[in-house]
Design a protein around this ligand. Structure first.
Ligand code: ZN
Length: 602
């Protein structure tokens, strides 16, 4: 082999080391290419689509018989938040090969991007992200318990956007939402700041996509020159000129009906009982689909958003399919199929709905290498039984998924879900920890960290992950509800790593971090006295692996307050395999002090 050939071969190997080894040819298949439907063959080699036509073949090619089936470009979900790898694996299993994240962690995204570049992410959807979103102090996006940058005036927009560019953002996400439509008024950016942000984004060649809550927010966003809306609204019927207003601004709209409609719909989520979908949903997904935003909606009507979609479509506004997973009521992957059905119900043709999840987002977000079935593009493909261009529900009848020409092992995934379900059933049958019947965990009346059951209360800090935060536990006089003593938890969170913690952990199992069956318990209950700051409860469970479920709670300076948190509000936890409950400060750096008492899991 000559030197130049060797170099060429090495280059190809580095460019796509894990791409499908043998060429792949789909024979006699219905092809929805992102816009139009035809019949023929598709040839894939080295991770790319090489040819679309008739009588295609290649030496040693794997042949996939496409008769009665339809080949689609890999689906693109235009509104997600992917907090972990599980989300992206789950997305891929359902044929979602690309997710456009509308706010997420820049650190996590850098790592994912490296994997994708190295061709090693064949088991997870590719992720593009806005990184941190632009929001006002105490505005939407600041409520999740981790520190987020904010801004409040136009003069700060340029520096804010420059920071996002440094973070590696693929586009800018802006929040225009005063929360009134949800019955939770919150601060939001003013119109001048939104306009300055859009201008700065465009100067950096970034799209500006705006989260809106109410119809009025859509007007502010589009007047400011935004490229697209990241949601529609359910607070009001679309104004007579709304669709033409959006069309005149050449903006696209990601309605996210999947996350909006459950706010005003009753009944069980349809996806959970779909026989094509259900076998691939684990227990966490099932619980997630049942979850709802804790909203007190003053005026909503379930016809507003679909009506708006229909009018926008008629006015020629590009509609993009997005789910807003992981939010209450939606899951990665499966919910995009639900969104497609909702778009068709609203009035889009099935072909337009399919374009909303393939060619349109690719074109709008500048993903020139995907979103269509055409020579030279990534071989991100979904094969489904039947004809989704006639019946959109057929997108769920998935016969195969390929990312960069590599087949996704859906069977292995389904078997893993089955095994997990069997394990969960087994855990629910285990006896509850002896001594747990009354619901009481600890009241500190004996002056010690004694608990009614389990392996007790212990200090816990981020030292487990290489952090240096500190905590000190001390039983102190003056408990809640007239009791004698309580537990003071004080210390310091060091460094702004984004994950810092220090606090006290209750381990309900017989041995430290052994899972305990507390599925009979529904409510975590305790009293707290603090310094006015918000603190967190983190819950560790066997099935969560290295992840944890977390919620924050407020404290009142020097006054005992009662906190009740349904276990199910922790990502749908059912308590069958609880390993630890942690009362903690962080992740923001600084000294902290709070006192807890009357810990109960009832
Ligand atoms: Zn979102």
């Amino acid at each position: 082999m000559s030197r130049s050939l060797l170099v060429a071969a090495l280059f190809v190997a580095l460019a796509a080391p894990r791409a499908g080894a043998a060429p792949l040819v789909f024979k006699n298949v219905r092809i929805f290419d992102g816009t139009r439907t035809s019949q023929g063959d598709v040839l894939v080699d080295k991770g790319l689509i090489r040819a679309v036509g008739h009588k295609l073949g290649a030496k040693g090619a794997t042949v996939v018989d496409g008769s009665g089936k339809t080949l689609l470009p890999g689906l693109i979900d235009s509104h997600t938040h992917a907090f972990d790898d599980k989300a992206l694996t789950e997305a891929l299993v359902f044929g979602v090969t690309t997710e456009l994240e509308m706010a997420g962690s820049p650190e996590k995204n850098r790592a994912l991007r490296e994997n994708e570049k190295a061709g090693e992410a064949t088991g997870a959807a590719d992720l593009r992200s806005a990184g941190m979103m632009a929001t006002a102090p105490k505005g939407h996006g600041t409520e999740y318990g981790f520190p987020v940058p904010t801004l409040s005036k136009p003069e700060e927009a340029e520096a804010f956007v420059a920071d996002r560019v440094k973070d590696g953002a693929d586009y800018l996400k802006i929040v225009v939402d005063d929360g009134k439509w949800l019955g939770h008024p919150i601060p939001t950016l003013d119109a001048a700041t939104v306009a300055a942000l859009v201008k700065a984004a465009h100067a950096h060649k970034l799209l500006a996509v705006v989260h809106i809550g109410a119809q009025s927010g859509a007007r502010i966003a589009l007047d400011a020159g935004a490229d697209g809306l990241a949601h529609l609204f359910i607070d009001s019927a679309p104004a007579a000129d709304f669709a033409s207003f959006v069309a005149a601004h050449h903006a696209f709209v990601i309605p996210t009906l999947s996350v909006l409609m459950p706010l005003c719909e009753a009944g069980a989520p349809a996806l959970a009982s779909d026989p094509h979908v259900a076998p691939f949903l684990d227990e966490g997904d099932m619980a997630q689909l049942e979850r709802r935003f804790p909203a007190r909606l003053p005026a909503v009507n379930c016809t507003y958003a679909p009506t708006t979609v229909r009018e926008l479509d008629a006015a020629g506004v590009p509609i993009l399919a997005g789910t807003d997973a992981t939010n209450p009521g939606v899951v990665h992957g499966a919910s995009l199929h639900g969104e497609l059905a909702r778009l068709v119900d609203a009035g889009l043709t099935p072909e337009k709905a399919l374009a909303a999840a393939t060619s349109l987002p690719a074109a709008r977000f500048g993903l020139a290498d995907r979103g269509r079935i055409a020579p030279g593009l990534r071989a991100d493909l979904v094969l489904v039984d039947g004809d989704p261009t006639k019946d959109i529900l057929q997108t769920r009848a998935i016969a195969g998924v390929w990312k960069r020409g590599v087949a996704v092992d859906r069977d292995a995934y389904r078997q893993k879900v089955e095994a997990e379900r069997a394990q969960a059933a087994h855990e629910r049958e285990a006896p509850p920890p002896p001594g747990s019947d009354s619901g009481a965990i600890a009241d500190f009346e004996d002056g010690k960290l004694t608990t009614k059951y389990g392996a007790g209360l212990v200090p816990s800090t981020d030292a487990l992950r290489g952090g240096t935060s500190t905590v000190d536990l001390k039983v102190v006089p003056g408990g809640a509800v007239g009791s004698k003593q309580a537990l003071a938890v004080a210390g310091e969170i060091k460094g702004n790593s984004g994950f810092g913690w220090a606090g006290v952990m209750f381990q309900p199992g017989a041995m430290p971090m052994a899972p305990a069956n507390l599925s009979a318990k529904k409510m975590l209950h305790f009293w707290v006295k603090g310094d006015g700051a918000r603190y967190r409860v983190m819950i560790f469970a066997r099935h969560l692996g290295f992840r944890y479920a977390v919620r924050t709670f407020p404290t009142t300076n020097g006054k005992w307050t009662e906190v009740s948190m349904p276990l199910a509000s922790f990502d749908g936890l059912d308590g069958r395999d609880l390993m630890g409950l942690l009362w903690t400060a962080g992740p923001q750096a600084g000294k902290f002090a709070f006192t807890i008492d009357q810990l109960e899991l009832r």
